[in-house]
Design a protein around this ligand. Structure first.
Ligand SMILES: Cc1cc2nc3c(=O)[nH]c(=O)nc-3n(C[C@H](O)[C@H](O)[C@H](O)COP(=O)(O)OP(=O)(O)OC[C@H]3O[C@@H](n4cnc5c(N)ncnc54)[C@H](O)[C@@H]3O)c2cc1C
Length: 468
């Protein structure tokens, strides 16, 4: 890192965003001996990962928290930084509420009437089969890409699922994974997402799936630990407002600091990348993509009790609710089992509608839902914490950016294609575990590799040639 006369920083590569994508790009480039500057809008690292420590020292994640099989990059990063994991609590019976009726069950699919179970089962098997035909590097090249990208998941459900209850279950699954409604999401996007994870079960399952393990000190703490290892190369409170760029260099103007570099990696969701001013303006094709990748809507809630009282009743704390406002809950107690913590999610339409009511009204509705699912003790938490991600200026929603119909086939290639000295990262650009922390790590590695290929060692930073 070198300071120029006018106070700007000169480096080989500037990185926008200290989420897991930006951090993983930074680690790769540092390993390759490149000088870097990471510009982060918030006063912390992690982006959509954020850990908080409760008064008794227990950690919770108000953002992303789980890691599961085949998410090898994340397990390996955790090992390298000494972050311990432990299994999500699943012992006991789960509870499902559909149409006001409660049923207890074990496993992923509730014990519903056989024709409903068959309906959900055939739908999931068909989606898996179709997903296997989607090339994760270029979903727009799938044999039926146009047909699949011309309909929403809802239109597909209407034509391919026979039972209203089965469709209700599928809607819950879509909300749980995409924090959006089936009517929002392109069928092709859903199939691509399933393909990038491996199969539908991996997305939904706890044991053996994406919700299998948690981090003892939180996933957000891991991100901060990684950022701390990069030291002063990470600049906080530095939202990038404007990027001047050419084929040979970039100049980034942030609130805090100005950086000149040979290349930049913009590691933020597409819709946030679209809020940065570019000079010259980006080609219309890329700009129009950034207008078309909305973020889901989720409010993550924690009800904290002296103990996990549901365990003594033979319940796992895992619930699914058709009426809501919670879509689902999971036992989120620490490894010691004390205090008892339930995590619950308002997703899609419920996050949108309850995001607009006063916090005490929302809390009352969530607790009433918990009482319905787990009994009266659920209504008496010692603490209640919530976070609505749609309100976050530097996320603008979660869990991830999804694509509505028509976007992947018309604009898909613009997700990753570099433009001049600009490269794009972020979990939305991943081909494995798209939308997840693991995908963010993959995207950062890929963008770093692109940069290293374009600017091999010794080529020198063509700093300032973008803007003088
Ligand atoms: C409630 C919730 C639950 C989730 N659960 C899970 C889970 O259990 N497991 C899982 O794998 N994933 C989960 N996710 C998704 C996961 O958090 C994301 O996939 C991942 O963190 C994305 O990382 P990223 O680096 O691509 O993006 P981000 O984390 O969004 O990082 C982008 C960074 O860029 C910064 N930024 C934005 N604009 C600018 C700008 N103009 N200038 C400078 N900085 C900027 C942001 O502040 C942010 O730090 C969850 C997300 C949420 C919110």
């Amino acid at each position: 890192m070198a300071l120029t006369r006018n106070g700007s920083i000169d480096v080989d590569v500037a990185i926008v965003g200290a989420g897991m994508a930006g951090l993983s790009a930074a680690l790769e480039l540092q390993r390759a001996g490149r000088s870097i500057a990471v510009l982060e809008a918030r006063d912390r690292a992690g982006g959509r990962l954020e850990s908080r420590q409760l008064a008794d020292g227990v950690w919770i994640d108000v953002g992303g928290q789980w890691v599961g099989p085949t998410q090898d990059r994340l397990y390996s990063l955790a090992r390298a930084h000494g972050a311990e994991t432990f299994p999500t609590w699943t012992e006991g019976q789960n509870v499902v509420e559909l149409g006001g009726r409660l049923t207890r069950y074990t496993g992923t699919i509730p014990k519903l009437r056989p024709h409903v179970v068959a309906d959900v089962g055939q739908a999931m098997a068909r989606l898996d089969r179709m997903a296997r035909k989607v090339p994760v590097e270029a979903p727009w090249n799938a044999p039926k890409a146009r047909q699949w990208d011309s309909q929403t998941v809802w239109s597909w459900m209407r034509h391919n699922m026979a039972t209203p209850t089965g469709r209700e279950m599928m809607e819950i699954a879509v909300k749980a994974v995409w924090a959006a409604m089936p009517a929002d999401v392109s069928l092709l996007h859903l199939l691509f997402y399933i393909a990038s994870a491996g199969n539908f079960d991996l997305l939904l399952d706890t044991d053996g799936g994406a919700q299998q393990d948690r981090f003892v000190q939180g996933a957000g703490s891991l991100a901060q630990r990684v950022a701390d290892s990069l030291g002063e190369q990470v600049h906080y409170g530095a939202p990038v407002r404007r990027i001047e760029w050419s084929a040979d260099g970039v100049r980034l103007m942030s609130d805090g600091v100005e950086v000149r570099a040979a290349r930049a990696i913009v590691a933020v969701p597409a819709t946030l990348a679209g809020r940065i001013a570019y000079d010259p303006p980006l080609p219309g094709y890329r700009d129009q993509l950034t207008q078309r990748v909305p973020m889901g809507a989720v409010i993550k809630c924690f009800a904290i009790y002296d103990e996990p009282f549901w365990r003594a009743q033979g319940l796992s704390g895992s619930t699914v609710s058709g009426s809501g406002p919670l879509t689902l809950t999971v036992d989120n107690s620490p490894p010691s089992g004390s205090p008892g913590i339930l995590v619950g999610f308002l997703e899609g339409d419920h996050a949108r509608s309850f995001g607009r009511v006063p916090a005490d009204e929302r809390r009352a509705a969530v607790l009433a839902n918990l009482v319905q699912l787990l009994g009266p003790r659920a209504g008496q938490p010692v603490d209640f914490i919530e976070k609505s991600w749609a309100e976050e200026e530097w996320s603008r929603g979660c869990y991830e950016g999804y694509t509505p119909p028509g976007v992947l086939t018309a604009f898909g290639p613009a997700l990753r294609a570099p433009i001049g000295a600009l490269h794009w990262a972020g979990t939305e650009t991943a081909t494995k575990w798209n939308g997840y922390i693991d995908g963010a790590l993959q995207s950062g590695e890929r963008a770093a590799r692109e940069v290293l290929e374009k600017a091999p060692a010794g080529a020198g930073a063509a700093v300032g040639s973008a803007a003088g």
